[in-house]
Design a protein around this ligand. Structure first.
Ligand SMILES: C[S@@+](CC[C@H](N)C(=O)[O-])C[C@H]1O[C@@H](n2cnc3c(N)ncnc32)[C@H](O)[C@@H]1O
Length: 280
């Protein structure tokens, strides 16, 4: 399985359920000191105030809400996603907002003329796109001169402590697996600057979860990571509950010992300004 394959994407993002679980987990158990979408919006606004914002791979519209909260109703917002389920959810989020739109489409082929937007954001999505450079070139193309490209991602090994417990549990059940790969390895804080159309600025922050109970950690894993781990270990999906039970026991031991379980990560975003003379 690859993180940019149609099969994986249909399972992970066919509907909004898994992403909603992960967003809720961030809200309730996230340890980052601020909402990353608010930070992206305020940092970008300090550099260039936008009239029109494009959210590529918009998902359930987390950025839409930050843009509205911080910049008000006059900024035009367009969210695009390749999943019909996500677009349906995004339409519900932006419903009734005359200056917002949700559209079905692919980041690798955008349906707008050159120079249509002041900001083009690709948040936590580039690592799912088969041709990352093409998606960035398309975002760059639709930016106005002096516009900002904003590409958000995580460290290449987010929530390592949690992923290591899945690997240990699979090993204890007879499936040998080293480190479990994460989607972010394709476009991460560490390697992202190799892909951007001009040298970027990088702003990054501590992130991750601190769980005081086992269930929310298992709910998070059930929203996608457990299926990727089983697949990488070559283990059957019938083992899903057993692996989760094993992981739960290990998390419980840590919570009993330390009072909580920390799954640290790091998130951040690249900012690239489209200067008159920059080229792809
Ligand atoms: C992890 S979610 C991130 C959603 C949102 N940007 C956020 O940060 O909450 C990734 C999203 O990218 C979308 N996506 C994946 N590949 C895409 C592509 N080639 N073009 C447009 N959207 C894509 C998925 O359908 C999914 O909604």
């Amino acid at each position: 399985m690859r993180f940019d394959e149609a099969d994986f994407l249909a399972k992970a993002y066919g509907d909004a359920q898994g992403l909603s679980v992960r967003t809720q987990t961030h809200r309730r158990y996230g340890i980052q000191p601020h909402d990353i979408f608010a930070t992206i919006t305020s940092e970008a606004a300090r550099r260039r105030h936008p009239a029109a914002v494009l959210d590529i791979g918009a998902g359930t519209g987390s950025w839409y809400h930050a843009v509205r909260r911080l910049l008000g109703p006059s900024v035009r917002y367009v969210g695009l996603d390749r999943s019909e389920g996500m677009v349906a959810r995004l339409e519900a989020e932006v419903g009734g907002d005359p200056n917002a739109q949700a559209l079905l489409g692919d980041a690798q082929s955008l349906p707008w003329p050159d120079g249509s937007f002041d900001w083009a954001g690709l948040h936590f999505m580039l690592y799912h796109v088969p041709d990352i450079r093409l998606a960035l070139a398309e975002a760059w193309r639709v930016l106005r001169p002096e516009g900002l490209l904003l590409a958000t991602t995580t460290t290449e090994r987010p929530y390592k402590a949690l992923f290591d417990l899945m690997a240990q549990s699979l090993t204890s059940l007879g499936y040998r697996i080293g480190e479990i790969a994460s989607p972010a390895m394709r476009f991460s804080l560490e390697n992202g600057a190799n892909f951007t159309p001009a040298p970027p600025e990088l702003l990054s922050f501590p992130a991750g979860f601190r769980f005081d109970a086992v269930e929310p950690a298992l709910l998070f894993l059930s929203s996608g990571p457990i299926d990727a781990a089983l697949d990488q270990a070559g283990a059957p999906t019938s083992l899903r509950e057993r692996v989760l039970t094993e992981v739960g026991k290990r998390i419980d031991m840590v919570i009993t010992r330390d009072g909580s379980f920390l799954a640290a990560s790091r998130s951040g975003f690249f900012v690239v300004r489209k200067c008159e003379r920059s080229e792809v």
